[in-house]
Design a protein around this ligand. Structure first.
Ligand code: ZN
Length: 85
């Protein structure tokens, strides 16, 4: 019988005892990318299992208003507002 759901779980789930590990990201270093694997020893049953990292990366972009200083950006925004007023 094996009804432990270990597939793309929110935390690292032990495939032997089903223990859910907190702070699973700590098993990987910051440079590890999608599909990285590491061996983890279960905190609960002490068995080793393989943990694969899934990374969903997304990006947000915005138009750069001005390459100048924030003060200049603010002044430019004020100028725009008064143009529309
Ligand atoms: Zn376990």
């Amino acid at each position: 019988m094996n009804d432990i759901d270990t597939f793309r779980a929110d935390e690292a789930v032990c495939p032997y005892c089903g223990h859910e590990h907190d702070d699973s990201w700590e098993f990987f270093s910051g440079s590890d990318g999608d599909g990285s694997e590491t061996t983890v020893t279960c905190n609960e049953c002490d068995k080793d299992f393989i943990l694969r990292l899934h990374v969903d990366v997304c990006y947000t972009s915005a138009k750069q208003k001005s390459p100048a200083t924030p003060d200049a950006m603010l002044a430019a925004e004020r100028r725009q507002e008064s143009d529309h007023a």
